[in-house]
Write a protein that binds this ligand. Structure first.
Ligand SMILES: [Zn+2]
Length: 277
């Protein structure tokens, strides 16, 4: 079985990895289970179903959004992330237990970054598959209190829930597996403290990671088109109206400038591009 399936644009790579000897080889695939339904975790689902005909399982609370393909609740259209549509075959309830790959896994509620997210925990070996709830250095972006007053408290509660688990290795939704779970939890707490003091910082962080995400997918975006882009795409338009109240051109320039300043992107000849392209 497979947990999370990457970006839709990376679906050919995901299929190649699955088919490789490191993956399934020639074996069938029994199930895809998703920690949550953001575009970078479910983007390969449709292609995998076409290839393997296996069922797709999503967190119970997220299933209605997937069934009606709610581009705002799933942060797909709302953030301008492209995802091939897929269906839901099974719903995973928080607190449920599953035998996957000869191990028993508990599905634990891990709301915050995504309010319906789950993590999967194997107590016998102390393995935590954490999705975007905990990375080695942080966690997935969180909505500011003005957008969702539950998001930050939920993120904190999730981090404290994870702190109470006996974890030997974390397999995160982004980055390499890591063993120092305690240090990662401490870094997550510090980030939460700094977020709690500054809503604008949370808003800027959410915009930056989403713009970087789109930039990585497209590889470049014309600076001249950015003002219209931040007006057209819901996340940028609504966050600007709520937090920044800037003219679109100034807002676009600020976002591009912040990506450049952080070293994630660069501008060349009127284009914004990933720094490591
Ligand atoms: Zn996510």
């Amino acid at each position: 079985m497979l947990i999370d399936s990457g970006y839709t644009t990376h679906a050919p790579l995901t299929l190649a990895l699955l088919a490789s000897e490191r993956g399934l080889g020639g074996a069938p695939l029994a199930l895809v289970a998703n920690t949550h339904c953001h575009s970078d975790h479910v983007g390969g689902n449709a292609a995998i179903v076409r290839r393997y005909g296996c069922p797709i399982a999503v967190p119970e609370a997220e299933a209605p959004f997937v069934r009606r393909w709610d581009g705002k609740a799933l942060l797909h259209d709302y953030c301008d992330h492209r995802v091939d549509r897929f269906g839901v075959d099974r719903e995973i309830a928080a607190g449920s237990r599953h035998v996957w790959g000869d191990l028993e896994w508990q599905a634990l509620a891990a709301s915050g970054h995504d309010m319906s997210a789950l993590v999967f925990y194997n107590a016998e070996h102390g393995i935590l598959i954490s999705g975007d709830a905990l990375w080695e250095n942080g966690f997935g972006f969180v909505m500011p209190p003005e957008v969702d007053p539950e998001a930050l408290p939920a993120t904190r509660a999730t981090i404290e829930m994870l702190a109470g688990l006996d974890v030997n290795v974390v397999i995160p939704g982004h980055g390499e597996p890591f063993t120092a779970a305690g240090a990662a939890i401490e870094r997550a707490r510090l980030r939460l403290d700094s977020f709690a003091r500054d809503s604008l910082r949370i808003a800027r962080h959410a915009l930056k990671v989403n713009l970087m995400f789109t930039l990585l997918e497209r590889q470049r975006m014309a600076l001249a088109d950015l003002p219209a882009y931040v007006e057209r795409v819901g996340l940028y338009r609504e966050f600007n109206a709520m937090f920044f109240r800037m003219a679109p051109a100034d807002f676009a320039e600020m976002l591009a400038g912040e990506l450049e300043k952080s070293g994630a992107a660069r501008t060349i000849d009127g284009w914004l591009a990933p720094a490591r392209a």
